[in-house]
Design a protein around this ligand. Structure first.
Ligand SMILES: [Zn+2]
Length: 339
């Protein structure tokens, strides 16, 4: 009997030692699997589930949703050879986080419908757009839009969502449009200038005042008389606008054709008195007024320097002189710019 008791006692101690040994070597742990893969071991299943729950509920910042495709599976096992670090709940949580689909609300800025930058708030997006627009020259417009979007966090994690980078990215493309705009403005300005110049030259032909010199081959015209003095210049006088230059010289002095051409008038004409008009082509005509004698007739071709008339004081004149005019397309020019 005593022997038997001794046996049981030894057996019990042995079992205890074995149990103790098993307890030390094998731990009852929850094997956590996600999508069929072991992602770690935890001691407390409920605590782990709570941690995951609070992670998916933690929608801070821009995060709009956290979705874990499949919830982790737990299986109680007696496990051996697990290091302390591998039983950490944080390791499991990190893996769960890694595989979760986290969506964020972001604001995309689009230029002409193409996404150019992403920022985290509507206010930031508006600041970027306003800053860029404020730098444009007046009259220029660009097509910048802000669009609220939901994106995968992984998609934007490697993107710079600061407003500085957004501005840089957009401005790069806006500058291309600015250059194009400036080119068009310059183009339309020069077109406008050409139009104005054309208009001005057309106006010139309608008025006898303030005509500026059109292009002519230099030396085309010569003085109608030699040795004369100019007694009245072309331009505004107290008595009105003087449409020619007065060369005063003795009556009867020969008047020469200022350039080659065809006589289109030769005769009396109001205050001009006796007048010769020569057409030189290309819009140019010359007038020789107050003549005492006329030597040419209408239709006659004359060469440069040919004697066409004689100085006189006919018409509105106070003394012998030749009133000499150069006209271009009907408007008078200052003869002193040409002879
Ligand atoms: Zn005159």
């Amino acid at each position: 009997m005593k022997r038997l008791a001794k046996f049981y006692c030894i057996a019990s101690i042995g079992l205890l030692i074995i149990a103790g040994f098993i307890y030390i070597k094998y731990k009852p742990l929850y094997k956590v699997t996600l999508n069929g893969e072991v992602i770690g071991y935890v001691e407390n299943k409920e605590k782990m589930q709570e941690k995951i729950q609070s992670f998916t509920n933690d929608l801070e910042g821009n995060i709009t949703s956290i979705t874990i495709g499949e919830m982790p599976q737990y299986e109680l096992e007696l496990v051996s050879g697990i290091k302390e670090s591998e039983t950490k709940e944080d390791v499991v949580l990190a893996t769960v986080k890694e595989q979760a689909e986290i969506k964020c609300r972001v604001y995309a800025i689009k230029l002409d419908g193409k996404e150019k930058a992403i920022v985290n708030s509507k206010e930031e997006a508006e600041k970027v757009v306003n800053d860029i627009k404020s730098e444009l020259s007046s009259g220029m417009s660009i097509n910048l839009e802000i669009e609220e979007q939901e994106k995968n966090k992984k998609e934007i994690d490697n993107k710079d969502t600061t407003i500085e980078v957004a501005k840089l990215n957009i401005d790069k493309d806006v500058q291309v449009q600015v250059k194009e705009y400036e080119r068009k403005i310059a183009e339309s300005r020069s077109a406008e200038n050409r139009r104005k110049a054309k208009e001005a030259s057309q106006t010139q032909t309608k008025t006898t005042k303030g005509a500026s010199a059109p292009v002519t081959s230099s030396g085309m015209f010569m003085k109608p008389v030699s040795g004369a003095i100019i007694t009245s210049k072309y331009g505004q006088r107290s008595s009105g606008f003087h449409t020619g230059t007065d060369f005063a010289i003795a009556k009867g002095t020969p008047i020469y054709a200022s350039a080659a051409g065809t006589v289109t008038y030769s005769g009396k004409k109001g205050s001009y008195g006796n007048l010769v008009i020569i057409d030189h082509g290309n819009g140019y005509k010359t007038y020789y007024a107050h003549c005492s004698a006329l030597y040419v007739s209408v239709g006659q071709s004359v060469s440069k320097g040919e004697n066409i008339a004689a100085v006189g004081s006919t018409g509105n004149s106070t003394g012998p002189h030749v009133h000499f005019e150069i006209r271009y397309n009907g408007s008078t020019l200052n003869p002193q710019n040409y002879v």
